[in-house]
Design a protein around this ligand. Structure first.
Ligand code: UT7
Length: 325
C-alpha cells in the first residue's frame, strides 16, 4: 500500500570560527585537558563571536542544507528551530530565520526541548508530512549555549559549545514497509519530575534574566544512559531491526562515556557510532544534526542505509528516530 514517508533530503552544519581548547579553559577555571578528556572525551569547543547569534548560525547551516537539496526558500513550507538560546524572548528565532532566508509564505516556530530539540523537530516534521499538512520542512538545531555559561563553574563550562545543524525533510512515497526510505519510527519522551537536575537558572517570567546552566552531572549521566537505551529499544521493537541491521548511530554528543555506555547496552558496534563530541563538545539541539553533517561530509553515508538518531536533555526530554537515508 502506498504511504507518505518523510525523506531526509539533505543536511548542513555550521560552527563558529573561534575554537577554545581545553588548555585555554584551564587558564580560566581549575581544570585540565587531562581531566576533561578522560571524563568527557571533549578536546575543544567552538564559541560564537560577539554579535553572532543563534539565528546567524542557523541561517548558515540552513543555506548549506538548502543548497545540497537544491531548494529555494519559497520551496519550503515550514521552519522549525530547536533552540534553548533564542536571539530574543520573542519573536522566535525561526521567524528571524524565515525572513532572512527570504521565505514569504508558510510558517515558522521555535521548539524548546533543550538538547532534544532537533530530534523533537524531526519527529514533529514527520507527523506534519505524513498527515499531508506540509510537503517540505526545514528542521534546525541552533545554539549559542556558551552565553548561558558561568566560566567560573568547572562542573558545566567545560561541557558546552556553540553551533547549528539543519536538515531539509520532504514528502516521498513508500510502500508502508521497513525497506522504505525515510523516517520509519520516532519515539519522544519527557519526564518533568527531573527538571531540576539540568536547568538554566533564569527566565523571562521568573527572574527576567537568562541565568546560568546548572547540572547534577552524575545523576544526568545515569539517567542519560538508561533513558537513551530505552528509546533505542523502543525503535528496535517498533521496526523489528536489531543493532546489527543499523548502519549508523548518530547520537546526541554530551559525553564520550555516555556514547560508549549506550552503545554497549544496545549492542552497537563502535565503528558505527558517529563521534563529534571531541571537536564540538555538547552543542545541545545542534549536536545531532552536526553529527549527521559530519557523517555526510565524511562520504560514508550511503543511500538506503539505516540511521538511528537519539537525544536526551533538560526536562528531561529524550527520544529516538530511525530513518533510512
Ligand atoms: O545533554 C545532556 C547534558 N549533560 C550531560 O549529559 C552530562 C552528564 N554528566 C557528565 O558528563 C559527567 O557527570 C561530568 C563530566 C559532568 C562529570 O564527570 P563525573 O565523572 O561524573 O565527575 P564528578 O562530578 O563525579 O566529579 C568527580 C571529581 C570531583 O572531585 P571530588 O569531589 O572527587 O574531589 C569534582 O569536584 O572531579 C571534580 N571535577 C573536576 N575536576 C577537574 C568536576 N569538574 C571538574 C573539572 N576539572 N572540570
Amino acid at each position: 500500500m502506498a504511504v507518505t514517508r518523510t525523506i531526509i533530503k539533505s543536511v548542513g552544519g555550521y560552527l563558529p570560527e573561534r575554537i577554545m581548547t581545553n588548555d585555554e579553559l584551564a587558564t580560566m577555571v581549575d581544570t585540565s585537558d587531562e581531566w576533561i578528556t578522560e571524563r568527557t572525551g571533549i578536546k575543544q569547543r567552538h564559541i560564537a563571536a560577539e554579535g553572532e547569534f543563534s539565528s546567524h548560525l542557523a541561517i548558515a547551516a540552513a543555506k548549506i542544507a538548502m543548497q545540497r537539496a537544491q531548494v529555494e526558500a519559497n520551496d519550503i513550507d515550514l521552519v522549525i528551530v530547536g533552540t534553548t538560546t533564542p536571539d530574543l524572548t520573542f519573536p522566535s528565532t525561526a521567524c528571524i530565520v524565515q525572513a532572512e532566508l527570504g521565505m514569504t509564505h508558510g510558517a515558522a516556530f521555535d521548539l524548546q526541548a533543550a538538547c532534544s530539540g532537533f530530534l523533537y523537530g524531526l519527529a514533529i516534521a514527520d507527523s506534519f508530512i505524513v498527515s499531508g499538512a506540509y510537503k517540505r520542512i526545514l528542521v534546525i538545531g541552533a545554539e549559542t549555549l556558551t552565553r548561558l555559561m558561568d566560566f567560573k563553574d568547572r562542573n558545566t563550562c567545560i561541557l558546552f559549545g556553540d553551533g547549528a545543524g539543519a536538515a531539509i525533510v520532504e514528502a516521498g512515497e513508500g510502500r508502508g514497509e521497513m525497506s522504505d526510505r525515510g523516517i520509519l519510527s520516532s519515539h519522544l519522551r519527557s519526564d518533568g519530575r527531573y527538571r531540576g537536575l539540568l536547568t538554566a537558572t533564569g527566565g523571562a517570567s521568573s527572574t527576567q534574566s537568562i541565568g546560568n546552566i546548572h547540572m547534577d552531572g552524575r545523576e544526568v549521566f545515569k539517567h542519560g544512559v538508561t533513558n537513551i537505551s530505552e528509546a533505542i529499544f523502543e525503535a528496535m521493537n517498533a521496526t523489528g531491526f536489531g543493532a546489527d541491521d543499523i548502519d549508523w548511530f548518530v547520537p546526541h554528543q554530551a559525553n564520550g562515556r555516555i556514547l560508549e555506555g549506550v552503545a554497549r547496552k544496545v549492542g552497537m558496534a563502535r565503528d558505527k557510532v558517529v563521534v563529534t563530541v571531541d571537536k564540538h563538545a555538547n552543542t545541545s539541539a545542534a549536536s545531532v544534526p552536526l553529527a549527521l553533517n559530519h557523517l555526510f561530509e565524511s562520504g560514508k553515508l550511503e543511500r538506503d542505509q539505516l540511521v538511528l538518531f537519539e537525544a536526551m536533555g533538560g526536562g528531561f526530554t529524550w527520544g529516538s528516530v530511525l530513518a533510512r537515508w
